[in-house]
Ligand binder design. Structure first.
Ligand code: FAD
Ligand code: NAI
Length: 470
């Protein structure tokens, strides 16, 4: 039996490791447990999520720019050649560097790291089984934080083998560029990783169950963005479902039906990416043993991170809310602050979401559809990047900014951006919304020229109809 801990955290993803750092900073005696085979900290995000996907998105985007745009701006590089092995290596190097950084942060903040699987035996006892299965250790603790994250949602009839039929993890690791990649699910993973392989030479077909891609985003954004991706060469089969898959040496044979029933069609391809969402990962944790309640979809039920069992807390992807690294991180910090008797809080109304394609898509707050459903009266201001001087100078004019503000108070309710660097531009909107600001606050704030941020200002000006540029 170990010394008494103040907090034992199960799972070392962005939720868990940020919770551990904050706990260390606040002087709590802290342990973190991680079961990943590679023995690396950082969770899904650092190992097989945000970081490797962004490394490949960045590299593949540079490749496409060199291939298609360099000549037009007067740069001749000679024969361009893809070295996929090196591109994968630089991705692995980025992951390695960042996971090492998390190890360092655990040491710096005096957090004890246990590599193995955590199982809750009682509200104050956690068993750690070594990843080699032969060593067990019990940790005594005042508080347990469950930060076990999520895993890919399987699709019946389309079995993932991580070779021909892959999850995002396999799609980050292809050794060769597939000739034809079918992506099942037109959500964030499908569009980001579909973009990577299209840029590197794959024909990409996205099969989406609903009648639009990115179904949780603003409808106008979905529509414009699909048009842009189509122009880039991505094929879409909307309102369609994959009903089965057969693999052979020649490739994968998929059967597809209209979502609302109808005649079956077939697609023969070389690889399939299943990206129809993620589900909470809580199997084998011992939740039933101690009576922690979960909802129908398996998310742990919480009230300000407290589960149904006193002393047991949960954060990140395994509880409800957006399944995003920065949300998990904020959950982790707030949860520890509550454990330490402070006022931890996360404002879920201002969590931004970004799709890191080219151009990017970014959003914060409500979509027009949500405001209509809620019966909120709102005003709209819009501005196209085609009228923004920086975007025009850089030949990157696809997309627009849309600001939604309360019709009476002018308070900003939502901002939606399709455009290069949308993920950076959205931060201004997040800050304004966090401070309860109005569209006029953005409109009357000086923005540097020539920058893309001027498009955000012009869209805000548009709410009251005094846009300057057109
Ligand atoms: P995780 O990161 O999933 O970490 C949980 C950890 O717990 C895992 O390492 C797991 O091994 C460990 N664990 C589970 N059970 C046990 C146990 N019993 N004992 C010990 N350890 C255990 N989000 C963004 O915000 N931006 C992005 O760009 C982005 N890109 C993504 C790209 C892909 C391909 C994917 C799949 C996801 C992406 N996400 C992105 C989502 C992001 O990765 C998650 O929201 C985030 O990792 C959730 O953090 P977490 O700490 O809750 O869980
Ligand atoms: P998602 O929820 O974003 O998209 C899944 C898509 O699949 C939806 O459009 C849905 O309608 C569709 N779908 C569901 N069942 C289907 C079926 N049977 N056939 C065809 N289509 C079907 O989920 P995704 O892309 O798997 O990502 C999982 C999570 O990871 C997301 O919640 C996201 O937040 C997170 N993530 C975040 C990223 C970012 O912040 N940039 C990048 C990648 C992932």
């Amino acid at each position: 039996m170990s010394d008494q801990y103040d907090v034992v955290i199960i799972g070392a993803g962005p939720g868990g490791y940020n919770a551990a750092i904050r706990a260390g900073q606040l002087g709590l005696k802290t342990a973190i447990i991680e079961k990943r085979d590679t023995k690396k900290l950082g969770g899904t995000c650092l190992n097989v999520g945000c970081i490797p996907s962004k490394a490949l998105l960045h590299a593949s985007q540079l490749y496409e720019i060199a291939e298609k745009d360099f000549e037009g701006i007067g740069i001749n590089t000679g024969g361009l050649k893809l070295d996929l092995q090196q591109m994968q290596k630089q991705k692995d190097d980025a992951v390695e560097g960042l996971t090492k950084g998390v190890e360092f942060l655990m040491k710096k903040n005096k957090v004890d790291v246990f590599l193995g699987t955590g199982e809750i035996l009682a509200p104050n006892r956690v068993l750690v089984s070594g990843s080699d299965g032969d060593r067990e250790q019990e940790l005594n603790t005042k508080n347990i934080v469950i930060a076990t994250g999520s895993e890919v949602t399987p699709l019946p009839g389309v079995e993932i083998d991580e070779k021909q039929i892959v999850s995002s993890t396999g799609a980050l690791d292809f050794a060769n560029v597939p000739d034809h990649l079918v992506v099942i699910g037109g959500g964030v993973i499908g569009l980001e990783l579909g973009s990577v392989w299209r840029r590197l030479g794959s024909k990409v077909t996205v099969v989406e169950f609903l009648d639009r891609i990115l179904p949780t985003m603003d409808g106008e954004v979905s529509k414009q963005f699909q048009r842009i991706l189509k122009k880039q060469g991505v094929d879409f089969k909307l309102s369609s479902k994959v009903t089965g898959a057969k693999t052979s040496e020649r490739g994968v044979h998929l059967t597809v039906e209209p979502a609302a029933d109808g005649d079956e069609s077939v697609i023969d391809c070389n690889a399939v990416l299943v990206a129809i969402g993620r589900r909470p990962h809580t199997v084998g944790l011992g939740l039933e043993t101690i009576g922690v309640k979960s909802d129908k979809r398996g998310f742990i039920e919480t009230d300000h991170f407290k589960t149904s069992v006193p002393g047991v807390w949960a954060i990140g992807d395994c509880i409800t809310g957006p399944m995003l690294a920065h949300k998990a991180e904020d959950d982790g910090v707030a949860c520890i602050e509550l454990i330490a008797g402070k006022a931890g809080h996360v404002n879920y109304d201002t969590v931004p979401s970004v799709v890191y394609t080219y151009p990017e898509v970014a959003a914060v707050g409500k979509s027009e559809e949500q405001l209509k459903d809620e019966g909120v009266e709102y005003k709209v201001g819009k501005f196209p990047f085609a009228a923004n001087s920086r975007a025009k100078t850089n030949h990157e004019t696809d997309g627009f900014v849309k600001v939604l503000a309360d019709a009476k108070t002018d308070r900003v309710l939502g901002v939606h951006i399709v455009g290069v660097e949308a993920g950076e531009l959205i931060a201004e909107a997040v800050s304004v919304m966090e401070f309860g600001g109005a569209s006029e606050d953005i409109a009357r704030t000086c923005h540097a020229h020539p920058t893309r941020s001027e498009a955000v200002r012009q869209a805000a000006m548009g709410v009251e109809g005094w846009t300057m540029q057109a």
